[in-house]
Design a protein around this ligand. Structure first.
Ligand SMILES: C[S@@+](CC[C@H](N)C(=O)[O-])C[C@H]1O[C@@H](n2cnc3c(N)ncnc32)[C@H](O)[C@@H]1O
Length: 227
């Protein structure tokens, strides 16, 4: 079994630009057992996503893209028991850790999806999300890789379509030019970007912790539709 992201190049077999670099390698025995035993408990059924069916209740739905080890997803779910959250990542070992942490915390309002967030967004109905969380997305700092940033206009447009009219995309980043790039892409798709406070429910962990320890400035931004 390899570790999840199955392409090593910049595009998939259909020529779609990817936002991640494929990583190959064998899973440890612990990760494999989490993938086989724990992760399925949090699975999103295949096909169009019907949140009421997935969670067994009607509640505001949030999507976290690139959840890593799941610290922010679990922090949100514990702080917001009246919301449901689907967290997605292409990196299977991280997702396996997230599943184990969710089980330890007895979190019930969380589902975990292994794979690319774009096809998952396509499976969600238009206007179905109360919020999307994108915390410390891969920065792709070289100009020639800009199109691989998750907030490139085509993906941003899909994401905004899946948000409710009052919904918002929360982005956190430590990449120096990410805010400027996000503002330019947002203007292309008719959205506005404002600086926002760091959410108190997000634990200082993962890439944010690394950035803080390295002395890099982190910012939080909220993206919403204009008008
Ligand atoms: C820099 S890491 C940040 C992880 C975590 N949010 C944190 O703050 O520690 C970016 C994550 O996004 C994931 N990722 C990148 N593109 C993705 C995509 N299209 N769909 C799902 N996950 C993606 C990567 O696998 C990686 O785990």
């Amino acid at each position: 079994m390899d570790n999840g992201a199955s392409y090593s190049g910049a595009v998939d077999s259909a020529g779609t630009v990817l936002t991640y670099r494929g990583r190959r390698g064998r899973l440890s025995a612990l990760t494999r057992s989490r993938v086989d035993v724990v992760l399925p408990l949090y699975a999103v059924p295949e096909g169009p996503v019907n949140a009421e069916h997935v969670f067994g209740r009607r509640a505001p739905l949030v999507l976290e893209i690139g959840c890593g080890h799941g610290a922010a997803a679990i922090g949100f779910c514990v702080a917001h028991p009246d919301h449901d959250l689907v967290a997605v990542d292409v990196h299977l070992p991280g997702l396996a850790r997230a599943a184990a942490a969710a089980a330890d915390a007895a979190v019930r309002n969380l589902r975990l999806h292994s794979g690319d967030a774009v096809p998952l967004l396509e499976r969600l109905p238009s206007g179905s999300l109360a919020a999307v969380h994108l915390f410390f997305p891969d920065p792709w700092p070289k100009a020639k890789h800009e199109k691989r940033r998750f907030v490139a206009a085509d993906r941003l447009s899909l994401l905004l379509d899946r948000l409710r009219p009052d919904g918002a995309l929360l982005v956190a980043t430590d990449a120096p030019d990410y805010a400027g790039y996000l503002r330019r892409q947002a203007s292309v798709v008719g959205a506005r970007v404002v600086l926002s406070p760091r959410p108190a429910w997000r634990p200082l962990a993962g890439f944010e912790l690394r950035a803080v320890e390295a002395g890099r400035r982190c910012i939080d931004l909220t993206v919403s539709r204009c008008g």
